[in-house]
Design a protein around this ligand. Structure first.
Ligand SMILES: [Zn+2]
Length: 243
């Protein structure tokens, strides 16, 4: 009995040390889907979606078909984060149409309302820091709207940054520093930081784990689209060229 009590106490101790940490492994799509290395792989995955994309479609036609589908998409009620996934993906597509990388992000308040949206602007603005989440938080902090949500540079509890893709190390630390919760639509097995929190220096890890950090509850089609929009740079080999 004493042993059982000790074990129970240990479980309580461990779980209370990380009260907000949620599982980051739940996805409705096989994890292998979220690795795409070539244009041919990207095209095949796009053709496999119910968007009417043909292998011979030029890039602008592919993007138009994605936009038509996304705008008409009705968030599926059984997936509680689908409406955020849809808006984040629409933001991602905006960036792609401007010649940028396909990642979008929205800021959600404690009532579940989207109060700000942004997309990656690295290529458009020639700024290495302008990932979607960084752009979102910088623009928000510069707006009058932010005042009621913030104490100095740390946000009051209850705001969530919902990103189309799992945040990178830079963005994840920025979100944690601001005091926001983190959610995302598609996991980033090759680039995401959320699943690598244990690699952070102890103080940063402790700070990051004070907030909720989790994969969003999104439909398979939104998860797939988030991933394919992210890797859409393979359509025209956008981005830094190898010498
Ligand atoms: Zn980032």
């Amino acid at each position: 009995m004493k042993k059982a009590l000790a074990l129970f106490s240990l479980i309580i101790l461990v779980t209370s040390a990380y009260p907000q940490q949620s599982s980051t492994s739940a996805t409705n799509v096989d994890m292998s889907y979220f690795v795409t290395h070539t244009r041919a792989e990207l095209i095949q995955k796009l053709v496999d979606l119910p968007l009417g994309i043909q292998p011979s479609d030029p890039s602008d036609v592919i993007l138009q078909k994605i936009e038509t589908y996304l705008v008409a998409f009705i968030p599926q009620p059984e997936y509680t984060d689908d409406e955020y996934a849809k808006e984040a993906n629409i933001q991602a597509l905006k960036s792609i149409k401007q010649g940028g990388y396909g990642i979008g992000s929205v800021l959600v308040d404690q009532n579940g309302k989207i109060i700000f949206a942004a997309h990656n602007s690295q290529i458009q603005k020639n700024r290495s820091d302008l990932h979607a989440e960084m752009t979102l938080l910088t623009k928000f902090e510069q707006s009058h709207k932010s005042h009621k949500y913030m104490n100095m540079y740390v946000y009051k509890p209850g705001l969530t940054v919902f990103s189309s893709a799992e945040p990178c190390p830079m963005c994840f630390i920025r979100i944690s520093t601001a005091g926001c919760d983190t959610k995302y639509c598609t996991p980033g097995p090759e680039d995401g930081m959320v699943t690598r929190i244990s690699c952070l220096p102890p103080s940063w890890k402790e700070m990051a784990m004070k907030q909720k950090v989790e994969l969003g509850d999104c439909s398979p089609i939104m998860q797939k689209l988030s991933h394919l929009l992210f890797y859409s740079y393979l359509l025209d080999n956008r981005g830094p060229k190898q010498e």
